[in-house]
Write a protein that binds this ligand. Structure first.
Ligand SMILES: [Zn+2]
Length: 176
């Protein structure tokens, strides 16, 4: 039971941080060319949550109007679900992929509230049998989406919270 409760407690801590801290609020501002990646590590469980401007994913931030734009949205969703393309974990950590959850703007009512800006959101979970081997995670999101995308990464684990910046060429996020 405890192993099911702890990740949720960590997710709550992460949410509380982003709600409570003015720094975190600024960190969440929508800026084209900049995405946010929150990484929570709890034992062998890794949760990654991405928010990235739609401009950096599909090149526009309005509801798709043409077939080409609808295709761009569909292929972006497919890419964000392809976790093997986006992440690499140390083999020795023996991680298995648990789930991916991708939310495109303009699905349902999601995009209606803010006509000026839209974001893609995605969440991935992994479970690793050898947490002591979790030295890093390779993040290839910037390279897959857009060469100029910067990711403001925040790692939250039992030691606290750390920040790092990831780009197309800077892909390794230290976890230890
Ligand atoms: Zn925007």
């Amino acid at each position: 039971m405890a192993s099911e409760i702890r990740p949720r407690a960590l997710a709550c801590a992460l949410l509380a941080l982003s709600l409570a801290s003015p720094m975190a609020a600024a960190h969440k501002a929508h800026t084209h060319g900049v995405g946010d990646l929150d990484v929570a590590v709890d034992g062998g469980r890794i949760s990654l949550a991405l928010t990235v401007p739609a401009a950096d994913v599909v090149g526009f931030e309005h509801a798709p109007r043409t077939d080409a734009q609808r295709e761009a949205v569909a292929s972006a969703e497919k890419l964000l679900r392809a976790q093997a393309e986006l992440f690499a974990l140390p083999v020795a950590a023996r991680c298995r992929f648990l789930s991916a959850d991708v939310t495109a703007p303009w699905s349902g009512d999601a995009g209606a509230a803010d006509a000026e800006h839209s974001d893609f959101a995605a969440r991935w979970e992994f479970d690793c049998a050898e947490p002591a081997q979790l030295a890093f995670i390779e993040v290839r999101i910037a390279a897959k989406l857009s060469g100029d995308l910067k990711l403001r990464a925040t790692v939250l684990d039992e030691r606290g919270q750390r920040r790092a910046e990831l780009t197309r060429s800077r892909t390794r996020l230290a976890l230890r």
